[in-house]
Design a protein around this ligand. Structure first.
Ligand code: 7PJ
Length: 264
């Protein structure tokens, strides 16, 4: 899954037209580099980030999505707002990637009324405050129980389980020890053999594990994590969310050849 970031800090600042063009060329490059899904996000959910208004999020997202209508690659929308989900699905998006696991009022109903894929992610608290001393007694059990609960909520809303992906939500209300514990036990987080989505690319945990590397220095560490995630899943379905599809595909191709597996 190639990340396409539509927040203003990711562009050169030359107005809406320039921003749409920049986003499209980045998205196309990720597609050509081998991404199988593109994940469009118009609101930063980094720790401490303030929410953006509904209108602002739609204004950033829809002009780009409209231009991608005829692209033959599944488009995922990274949003927890039901109104954004509805608008994006109407414009051809094929997946909802919700850091809030469809807990917003109305989100389950919107998902149920479509046939889109859905990523249910675990998050403790909200981006604004989630890194203020996150605490768990049993991080693995609590994240797994949460995911089981959301799978059941989807079932009760009439959403077929084949449409679901699960994600432990690395960095979303978790410290380094929590993240490492979850990662080491990745396979135990699956529920009913649903695929897992793993998003650690260039995140703080990669910085912390590499002696404080800055964001633009975190690709090698991120690639190591992608390979370990694939290895841990031992043939079960996994999607790696990445800022660099080419590098990630290369890392996985070499791993799968040398680890004696089919090309993934
Ligand atoms: C994730 C995400 C993640 C899913 C972000 C960043 C923060 N969606 N959206 N999983 N992270 N499903 O990429 O640094 O880990 S935004």
């Amino acid at each position: 899954m190639g990340i396409v970031n539509l927040t203003p800090d990711s562009f050169s600042g030359d107005g809406l037209k320039g921003r749409v063009a920049d986003a499209l060329s980045h998205a196309r490059a990720e597609w050509e580099a081998g991404a199988d899904i593109l994940d469009l996000g118009a609101e930063s959910t980094r720790p401490g980030a303030a929410p953006v208004s509904l209108q602002e999020e739609l204004d950033r997202l829809l002009p780009v999505l409209e231009k991608m209508r005829d692209w033959e690659i599944p488009i995922s929308i990274d949003s927890y707002k039901p109104e954004v989900m509805r608008a994006a699905l109407a414009m051809g998006a094929s997946m909802i990637n919700d850091i809030n696991a469809l807990r917003a009022h109305g989100a389950l109903e919107i998902a149920a009324a479509s046939d889109c894929g859905i990523c249910l992610m675990h998050m403790r608290n909200e981006p604004r405050n989630m890194q203020q001393n996150p605490c768990y007694e049993d991080v693995l059990g609590e994240v797994r129980d949460f995911l089981i609960g959301r799978v059941l909520a989807c079932r009760d809303a009439g959403i077929a389980p084949e449409r679901l992906l699960l994600d432990p939500g690395f960095g979303f209300g978790k410290n380094l020890l929590h993240n490492v514990t979850l990662f080491r036990n990745l396979q135990k987080l699956t529920v009913n053999d649903l695929p897992l989505l793993v998003g650690v690319c260039k995140k703080r945990m990669i910085g912390e594990l590499t002696g404080g590397r800055e964001i633009d220095e975190r690709l090698p560490g991120s690639l190591a994590a992608a390979v370990v995630a694939a290895e841990k899943m031992d043939g079960q379905a996994i999607i790696i969310r990445s800022h660099d599809a080419r590098a990630t595909k290369d890392a996985l191709a070499v791993w799968s050849a040398l680890a004696g597996r089919e090309k993934s």
